[in-house]
Design a binder for this molecule. Sequence first.
Ligand SMILES: N[C@H](CCC[C@H](N)C(=O)O)C(=O)O
Length: 259
Amino acid sequence: MSLEFVKMHGLGNDFVLVQGKRSDFSLEWVKRVCEPHFGVGADGVLFYSVETPRMEVVNADGSTPEMCGNGLRCVARWLNHHHGLPGTFVIQTDAGAKLCTVNPDGQVRIEMGEAKIRELRTHVGEVSLKGIFVDMGNPHFVVFSPDGDLVELGKAVNDGHKDFPNGVNLEFVDSESPERLVVRVWERGVGLTLACGTGACASAAAAWHLRGESTPLEVQLPGGILQIEHSEGQVLMTGPTQIVYTGALSASFNEEVEE
Ligand SMILES: N[C@H](CCC[C@H](N)C(=O)O)C(=O)O
């Protein structure tokens, strides 16, 4: 049978949203949906429910991360825009309950929870990397003024590396000023993306850890800017969302994948 979906993005980090439970779909089906030529093309699929608002994430490679910041903004926007949920509501995720506020202009603010931080020096082959490991529900390793190639190192830290047994999202902070970080991300289970919400939060938390204060920061990603703040022990993220189109995956597509 055919299946309705919504295509959305947050700063170019793009997703297919499907109403339902992740456990009702095969990971092979998700991987095919995320393929740009054989499927829709996306960085991941977000399964959501409305009655008790919930988001479950699957990366383009079929792995199942605990959390997705840009994705959660998209789900919150869709629940408000299409399903009529009020402007502020909680969405359950595999990293806990997150309070989301949808503004009329499509900007969404999320209380992302506490950033758990530890300094870490690791080695990838001959390359020594000193950075900040940040748990935002999903794992991040933030490196400031990095040497080395993000793609090469991103692949290496997600290939059974002893310091990252569950893989890791790798952030390179290329420049920083008191109010702005410039960040590039290799995402676990995806690769280079135009933006990473949890990665922006992890980079801001790492900068605050090193600087000793927590002023609001603009995080400049290749796809655009996220506003990151710190309040009462948790990280707050605000950024745009876009509803690109709605569509339906055909019965023949769905049947072909399951063969
Ligand atoms: N690839 C990430 C999940 C998506 C994170 C990113 N898209 C975001 O906006 O936070 C991981 O495996 O942890």
